[in-house]
Design a binder for this molecule. Structure first.
Ligand code: AMP
Length: 283
């Protein structure tokens, strides 16, 4: 596995690979890799000739009061894990390499970034789309793999790729969960033992919603209020939002719609740790 931190060198290698007609796949991450990330790499690997994994804790996607400084980092373990899945190139740029002091350009996707995560984290998606566009121009992939764990991010990136005509195929990988259902996340490491036990409420509430829907419920506010009830039994839980929305437009739905893909998503704080989760359903 080659480790690269220079943008110029990464671009040069990608150019060479493309000249050799190699199919490049990229998996952008913020590191502190876990099985969720590795599942994306496995999908990228089987769909390409060269797998580029990127590790960059992107400052522009963190709000001023968010966890940029404390975000977990473990580069040595990341190198080992990325290598074990067959990453060919690990791109780990520095902050100065990505955002030199004269940096002035941001990409903003309208409307679908103003709801859900974007409502709670107003500058988040502008940071995500900017860094992903940069990583696309740096690694020059044919394919990029993102996780369903960040459902809105996946939708926003697909919109950006479509609108800005990036010639890149986007694959969305399913959510990888712990054995009790908690979606894997680098941020799970922040949870105390008690919070970790209570955090299973996210998944349980999504399963409850699924069950209510299977049993014939159509009313979204009723489903949401049952999810709230379940989460409220956990003392450390504080709900940020629970939403049932059209999985393409992210518009909130008062009632379920026949034949539509719908996104049930939520963000809940356990102590100071904010966790998100979601499922897609079709009626
Ligand atoms: P992050 O390092 O948290 O920015 O995540 C990098 C990529 O991994 C994103 O596309 C995430 O959606 C994806 N990802 C993170 N956790 C999971 C998970 N539990 N299952 C599937 N994909 C995930």
């Amino acid at each position: 596995m080659k480790i690269i931190s220079s943008i110029k060198e990464m671009q040069r290698i990608s150019d060479e690979l493309r000249l050799q007609s190699k199919k490049i796949a990229v998996v952008p991450t913020m590191g502190y890799l876990h099985e969720g990330h590795l599942s994306l790499m496995k999908i990228a690997k089987i769909n390409s000739d060269v797998l580029v994994t990127t590790i960059f804790v992107n400052p522009t996607q963190f709000g001023p009061n968010e966890d940029f400084n404390t975000y977990p980092r473990d580069i040595e373990s990341d190198k080992e894990l990325a290598g074990s899945i067959g990453t060919d190139i690990l791109f780990i740029p520095t902050r100065e390499e990505m955002y030199p002091s004269d940096f002035l350009t941001y990409i903003e996707i309208e409307k679908i970034t103003n709801v859900l995560e974007g409502k709670s984290r107003p500058t988040h998606f502008r940071g995500v789309t900017t860094v992903v566009a940069k990583l696309f121009n740096i690694t020059k992939p044919n394919i990029a793999v993102f996780g369903q764990k960040d459902a809105q991010q996946a939708i926003v990136i697909q919109q950006m790729v479509k609108n800005l005509n990036f010639d890149i195929e986007i694959l969305i990988a399913p959510i990888v969960r712990e054995s009790d259902g908690l979606a894997m996340s680098s941020r799970n490491t922040y949870l105390s033992e008690a919070e970790r036990k209570e955090s299973v409420a996210l998944y349980q509430s999504l399963q409850l919603a699924k069950k209510l829907i299977e049993d014939g419920e159509w009313n979204c506010s009723l489903i949401i209020s049952e999810m709230k009830k379940l989460i409220s039994t956990k003392p450390s839980a504080k709900i940020d939002y629970i939403s049932i929305a059209d999985a393409e437009t992210l518009e909130e739905l008062p009632v379920l719609q026949d034949g539509k893909r719908m996104l049930i998503s939520l963000a809940v704080r356990f102590g100071t740790t904010r966790l998100i989760d979601n499922i897609i359903i079709t009626k």
